[in-house]
Design a protein around this ligand. Structure first.
Ligand SMILES: [Zn+2]
Length: 261
C-alpha cells in the first residue's frame, strides 16, 4: 500500500477513536445530534487548513454552522454562500454571523501582489477590488503591514456584503435578532481579534464600515501604537455611529454600503 492509503487509514482510525471517546465521555451525544442542530453561530471563514472554526472557538459538533471558501469572500451572486446564510438565518435561527479572515492569507497575498495562481485569480479578483478601493491607504502603509491590513479590509468588506444581502435585509425587516461580526485569526498565535465591526441592522452600516476602515488605517500605519488604537476603537465607533444617526434619524437596515476608503 502507498503512503497515501496508509494516511487515509489513519483518518478512519482516528475517527473511530474519537467517536468512541465522545460516547464514553458523553453517553447519548450522537443520539441527540441526530435529532436536530441548533447552532447559535454561523462562521464564514477561509478554507485555509490552519483556521478550523470549531477548534479555535472550542465549539462542539452542532454548535456552529460553517461556510468556508478561499479568503472568506461573500459575493453578491454566490448562491453557495447565500444559500448557507439563508439556511442559517431563516431555518437554524443563528444569532451571530462572524466573518473571519486570517493574517498571512495566501488569497489576500496573491490579490495584493497580483501574482497569478490560475483559475482562482477570478475569485481573488474580488479582493483586488477591495485592494483597489483602498489603494491610497494601502500604499501609505509600511510594506510589511499591507497584507495584514488588506486581510482586515477584506473582512470589513465581506461583513458589508453579508449585511446588504436580501437574506439579512429581510431578516432585520422581520425583526429577527441576528448580528454580524468581523474577526481575524492569527495563525502565528492562535488568537481571534474582534475588529469592532458589529452590525445589527439598526445602526447605520456605512458609519460602522467607515469607522472600521479608519481603525485599520490607524492601526497599521502606527504598528507601535496598536494597543492604544484598540483601546480607543470602542469610543471611535460610538462617536461615528452617533454622528451618522444625527445626520440620518431613520436609517434603513442594509441601505448603506461602503463608499470609498
Ligand atoms: Zn486564507
Amino acid at each position: 500500500m502507498s503512503d497515501n492509503t496508509d494516511n487515509l487509514d489513519d483518518l478512519f482510525a482516528h475517527n473511530r477513536a474519537w467517536s468512541a471517546q465522545m460516547e464514553r465521555d458523553r453517553p447519548g451525544f450522537f443520539t441527540s445530534l441526530v435529532k436536530q442542530q441548533t447552532p447559535r453561530y454561523m462562521w464564514i471563514g477561509c478554507s485555509d487548513s490552519r483556521v478550523p472554526a470549531n477548534q479555535i472557538t472550542g465549539l462542539e459538533p452542532g454548535e456552529v454552522f460553517v461556510h468556508r471558501n478561499v479568503a472568506n469572500i461573500v459575493v453578491h451572486s454566490d448562491l453557495n454562500a447565500l444559500s448557507a446564510i439563508q439556511f442559517a438565518v431563516e431555518h437554524l435561527k443563528v444569532e451571530h454571523i462572524m466573518v473571519v479572515g486570517h493574517y498571512g492569507c495566501a488569497g489576500v497575498k496573491a490579490a495584493l501582489s497580483g501574482k497569478r495562481i490560475g483559475l482562482a485569480d477570478n475569485w481573488i479578483r474580488h479582493i483586488q477590488d477591495v485592494r483597489d478601493r483602498h489603494h491610497v491607504m494601502l500604499e501609505s502603509l509600511p510594506e510589511d503591514a499591507r497584507v495584514d491590513a488588506l486581510c482586515e479590509l477584506n473582512v470589513a468588506e465581506q461583513v458589508v456584503n453579508v449585511a446588504v444581502s436580501t437574506v439579512m435585509v429581510d431578516a432585520w425587516a422581520r425583526g429577527q435578532k441576528v448580528r454580524i461580526h468581523g474577526w481575524t485569526f492569527g495563525v502565528h498565535d492562535g488568537l481571534l481579534q474582534d475588529l469592532g465591526l458589529s452590525v445589527d441592522g439598526a445602526k447605520p452600516l456605512d458609519a460602522i464600515y467607515k469607522a472600521a476602515v479608519q481603525r485599520i488605517r490607524y492601526k497599521w500605519s502606527r504598528p507601535g501604537e496598536v494597543m492604544q488604537a484598540l483601546t480607543t476603537q470602542g469610543a471611535q465607533v460610538t462617536q461615528a455611529v452617533q454622528e451618522a444617526q444625527a445626520m440620518s434619524p431613520q436609517p434603513e437596515a442594509g441601505a448603506a454600503g461602503p463608499a470609498a476608503g
